[in-house]
Design a protein around this ligand. Structure first.
Ligand SMILES: NC(=O)c1ccc[n+]([C@@H]2O[C@H](COP(=O)([O-])OP(=O)(O)OC[C@H]3O[C@@H](n4cnc5c(N)ncnc54)[C@H](O)[C@@H]3O)[C@@H](O)[C@H]2O)c1
Length: 260
């Protein structure tokens, strides 16, 4: 694939490394604030999508920038008909607007708050476990997540999705409780705790517990490679055949699972 990287921070730089290792070609790098010398592809570095010399060469763009920049970038990429992987998080209040733009342009986007294929499989495993355990009325469910001490928000976006998926099947739980409780927890509350420690890239644990047994399922990220591999896999999927519209990582995963 000929790839344009939009945003050259931690994710953009790791993508550069992973994509070229997998014999893709980086044809454009766009970041208004990155220093040119940080890029192996310094000559490709440009400050803006609008007026870019290199973007038209790309088969696909991969966008990991900042929440306040993402929507404008995605809009411009759609206007240029460049298939796009949207990795930046926290712009989703504009998702409906972006869908209209993409439909009008007949372009294509895959977005995901978490591009790790393993995390998205973990959601499905957790949801299925919740479905299996739901009928056993003595059982309870809760969990916790751990991230590095630089993380800005609690709980993690991944924890929110995980709990939502579990509650969709575990019918007794109607309300997530994220903060510390200094009272008895109500039966319909699902307690999910957050810890911030050191350099932990991301751990999510779901615990099913009853008076006799305990089942715990955990996803542990070792590094950021899960995100870059997933984003590159989604990019291959997006351009493998003509597609139009806004897709999610679940569409990519559905196809992957059916191929197995
Ligand atoms: N979906 C996922 O799987 C996933 C995984 C990891 C991170 N993220 C998200 O991706 C985003 C980027 O993460 P990061 O760790 O690389 O952040 P980062 O802060 O290391 O890098 C962001 C880069 O975006 C650049 N930037 C700012 N404005 C820009 C613009 N208008 N156009 C292009 N680039 C611009 C900055 O100069 C910076 O280099 C964050 O929102 C993060 O939460 C998503």
């Amino acid at each position: 694939m000929k790839i344009a990287l939009i945003g050259y921070g931690k994710m953009g730089q790791l993508l550069e490394e992973t994509a070229t290792f997998r014999e893709n070609e980086i044809v454009a790098v766009i970041d208004p604030y990155a220093r040119e010398k940080t890029s192996l592809f310094g000559t490709l570095m440009e400050k803006s999508i609008v007026g870019s010399r290199n973007l038209a060469k790309a088969d696909v763009a991969i966008e990991f920038s900042k929440p306040d920049a993402a929507f404008e970038n995605l809009k411009q990429l759609s206007n240029m008909q460049i298939p796009t992987i949207a990795g930046t998080t926290n712009w989703y209040d504009k998702l409906a607007e972006l869908k209209t733009i993409v439909e009008t342009n007949g372009s294509s986007i895959v977005y995901a708050p978490n591009f790790s294929l393993a995390v998205n499989l973990f959601y499905r495993i957790a949801q299925y476990a919740a479905k299996l355990l739901n009928p056993f009325e003595e059982g309870d469910v809760g969990g916790f997540e751990i991230h590095h001490n630089d993380k800005l928000e609690s709980p993690s976006g991944t924890a929110k999705v995980l709990v939502e998926r579990v509650m969709s099947e575990f019918k007794r739980k109607k309300k997530p409780v994220w903060e510390m409780v200094d009272r008895k927890i109500e039966p319909e509350e699902l307690h999910f705790a957050s810890m911030r420690i050191g350099a932990v890239p991301g751990t999510h644990s779901l615990i099913f517990d009853s008076y006799a047994d305990n089942i715990q399922i955990t996803h542990t990220a070792r590094n950021r490679h899960g995100f870059t591999h997933g984003a590159l896999y989604a990019a291959e999927w997006l351009i493998a055949k003509p597609r139009q519209g806004v897709f999610t990582i679940d569409d990519v995963l559905d196809d992957l699972i059916h191929q197995l």
